[in-house]
Ligand binder design. Sequence first.
Ligand code: A2P
Length: 279
Amino acid sequence: QAAAAPANKPKQMVLPDAQTVTEVKHWTDRLFSFRVSRPASLRFRSGEFVMIGLMGDPDPKTGKQKPLLRAYSIASPSWDEELEFYSIKVQDGPLTSKLQHIQPGDEIILRPKPVGTLVHDALLPGKRIWFFATGTGFAPFASLLREPQTYEDYDEVIITHTCREAAELHYGAELIENLKTDELLNEVIGEGFWKKIKYYPTTTREESPKMGRITDLMRSGEAFADLDVPVIHPETDRAMICGNLAFNLELKEMLEEYGLVEGANSDPQHYVVEKAFLD
Ligand code: A2P
């Protein structure tokens, strides 16, 4: 028999657009990923982002609470039953200082309006696609790397990931390793589809097998030699960029120098950019 709630117990807030957390993984003291239930009506294209968040603290004067929302790339592919996100933890960040403590069973707010430019529709057909990421900018590519269309559209898929420290590469490295046994992709694309992928992780502030910023490694030609591919050319190469602002700008300039033109949903071209959103 259920006991009546004590009169002084605060009423449970009913979150607008609530989704339930199903899994949380902490990768480093600065990075975590989590999965939430997916609204039945939510359709999105792999690579897009949505606004997610939590209720903010009550206003000291009015006591009212407002949602605290940030843009997050969906890291799971469009066919997945749940939604996955990959996030930084900023100790004094308004949202991530709280979000990092979520547990399975908790609720978060998810506004079901996906948007974004890192979508296949924004690119012209090509032979090879480059995904360029730094830090949590890997998230949209975690979606696109699990998306069958990526392998249907391209002969070769190159993912570069530059992080400060080696442990920050683990989320991406594990995801790529798991592609080998991904049943859906093996069935739809064919066994061994993952051989189309070239993974190029680099670190800048800690020893690892490949050190340096991807931009510098491309300028020197080292990245192309390591990957055994010709220098980027608008006839064959397509690219998507997602990282910190300085990285996006620098790489965008380099791609333009190679002759690539920026595309959009309404005007597909050779490359697209999106920034990794920080708290
Ligand atoms: P670096 O350590 O040399 O700054 P952050 O954590 O600051 O967002 O950076 C993530 C990664 O992106 C780091 O390895 C950083 O290298 C790298 N990075 C930052 N700015 C650029 C840039 N303009 N071009 C290439 N890589 C960059």
